[in-house]
Design a protein around this ligand. Sequence first.
Ligand code: NCD
Ligand code: ZN
Length: 367
Amino acid sequence: MTVNEIDLGVTCDMHVHVREGAMCELVTPTIREGGVSVAYIMPNLQPPVTTLDRVIKYKETLQKLSPKTTFLMSFYLSKQLTPELINEAAKLGAVHGVKCYPAGVTTNSAAGVDPNDFTGFYPIFKAMEANNLILNLHGEKPSVSNDSGVDGKEDIHVLNAESKFLPALAKLHQDFPNLKIVLEHCTTAEAIQTIENINKDIKDPSEIRVAATITAHHLHLIIDDWAGNPINFCKPVAKLPSDRRALVNAAVSGKPYFFFGSDSAPHPLENKSKHMGISAGVFSQQYAIDYVAEVFDEHNALDKLKDFVSTFGLNFYDIKEKDLVSNEKVKLIRKQHVVPESITDGKGITMAPFMAGQTLNWSTEWN
Ligand code: NCD
Ligand code: ZN
């Protein structure tokens, strides 16, 4: 029997970049257009979001731009955070977590941390653990070319940066066994295996402390798709076909420690076409659920889609009905549509959406 409609309930995208200013006005409404009810907002603005006042104002701005979207907010891990601030922010429900960017690995990460030594942040992690806040990790080691080779260390580059980070993830979990950690936008078979190993004895989803998000674009892309195409260039970069297979298998597995975070990261088209360095980030917000549905359909796993884009993320973040600003639900419907070649606000910003010009077979509706 052909299925033409699937109830997805309250959907969540647990990794969203909406920026500020004109770009924010353009992309924030696309969260809802893309079939997403709950969005966890990234703090890598310039300067980064590190104060209570700023995060509260940012949320107010977003809420005005999209009144029916539930926004979950985050702080940017930096020296400016204190355990007192964490306690206060948690008490007010102002943030759900703290995002950790290793310095220099991606867009707006210059103010980030040294992933070779997290101990300076242990008082922050302790306060987060006590308050049930989530630590969101951009899991990449910064690139180094160890040309001298004297200390025997290996080179780090975009293809192995995530694998090289995994021991740091394991150590954080060991040192803070009750801290909820998300390895964001994971891209390798090795990362999937690490998350599975950490969770091998889990009996109930409430016991999960370490989870991973998977993006829509990493379910579609491999290295060949971004080498030569800046629109598909993002951090972490898409890896090998075997890695993509591992990500797809994890997403459709029904395992509650893998859930959706689009990492939709908008950049103006001109920043994707400069001849001196291009911006990292794929814009996928406007058709977020559709892109994921396409892959689940190809793998005869549409019955697992609701878990991936709704149940598992909401459970891990402990989001209840009372936390939602709207009780409308999302429905996936079979409906072909072509992704536009570009998206513009008519006032100077133009962007190329993920899979521009390609046909998708699923769309979303609200009810
Ligand atoms: C993100 C951005 O543009 O803010 N870019 C990206 O390639 N994913 C930052 C990030 O999440 O790494
Ligand atoms: Zn991101």
